[in-house]
Design a protein around this ligand. Structure first.
Ligand SMILES: [Zn+2]
Length: 303
């Protein structure tokens, strides 16, 4: 059965990958999930049915915003213009447009710190095995729909002591979404992670680095703080374009030669990026920090 699920997920993933090519971060995973697939794998629990008045995981491209007690989107959120990726950068503090960091954003770190986005996937277990053999922990920002597709892998990730953060429900560019749709992306991802691994994330990484003060404010209302990056491996270009592993490793070497500090963006989306991640690990050395510890040492990882 696991094989069938994997095939369904992979075909969906490939279709979406081809449909959504854009110029930064990983663009493939996203869009509507296959309801039969998720219903078969991860239960939609009664408490979530009661909270959401739904009976199954969302299949819409934009999952529905759920009004919950104490969550007020009517105040305290800047009225920034919605915009698409890259095409309409605005002057306020945007990470992807102008590298601006908010007071809670994590990008700097006392060491070069690997982080992996877009999983879990069928490539993730090899990375977990690798870290287990070397006694290391790492940081994973997981997509809600992927969590439901690979729940055992998320549980293994958590049980091995790795840090888990949210990477939204299905990987949209958040500055292009309404306040309610941004909140919904974060709500459903947190619920998928909670139902699967029993934890509620306290940190999130915005897909494509799409982060402005409006997104920050909405996320904070949901108890989520941003983790972005100081160094981009552009490893996804090894999958979708002609970037070579040597080019990626040369970039890492330059970071080691200069400051040797800061959060590194990688992806456990495919075997090729996972394999490169293992080589990067050999270069940057031991990793015993989780991403939150780069800024908030000792603070809890989860809500
Ligand atoms: Zn991503």
């Amino acid at each position: 059965m696991a094989f069938i699920f994997t095939v369904v997920a992979l075909s969906s993933w490939l279709r979406l990958t081809l449909a959504l090519l854009t110029p930064a971060d990983f663009k493939g995973i996203g869009g509507a999930a296959d309801p039969s697939f998720f219903e078969s794998v991860v239960e939609f629990p009664p408490w979530l049915a009661s909270l959401t008045q739904r009976t199954s995981w969302p299949t819409e491209a934009n999952p529905p915003f759920i009004r919950t007690p104490g969550l007020d989107l009517s105040s305290g959120i800047p009225a920034n213009p919605l915009h698409q990726q890259v095409t309409a950068c605005v002057s306020q503090c945007s990470f992807d447009c102008n590298g601006c960091l908010g007071p809670n954003d994590i990008a700097a770190c006392s060491q070069l710190l690997q982080t992996f986005d877009d999983g879990p996937t069928d490539a993730t277990p090899a990375l977990l095995d690798f870290f287990k053999s070397s006694g290391q922990i790492s940081s994973f920002f997981v997509i809600g729909t992927q969590v439901l597709a690979f729940p055992d892998t998320l549980r293994a990730e958590h049980q091995a002591g790795h840090f888990i953060g949210s990477h939204t429900w299905n990987h949209p560019y958040l500055p292009s979404l309404s306040n309610e749709d941004v909140a919904a992306q974060l709500q459903w991802a947190s619920w998928a992670i909670n139902v699967t691994a029993g934890i509620v994330p306290r940190y999130f990484r915005p897909p494509y680095g799409g982060l402005d003060d409006r997104v920050r404010a909405i996320a904070l209302k949901l108890g989520l703080m941003p983790v972005v990056w100081a160094h981009d491996t552009n490893d996804w270009r090894m999958i979708e374009e002609n970037r070579t592993e040597n080019q990626t490793l040369a970039d890492v070497q330059s970071w080691i030669s200069t400051s040797s500090t800061g959060v590194i963006l990688e992806h456990d989306r495919a075997a090729i990026t996972v394999n490169t991640g293992m080589k990067i690990h050999q270069m940057v050395g031991q990793q015993r920090l989780a991403a939150p510890a780069c800024k908030n040492a000792g603070a809890p990882w989860y809500q």
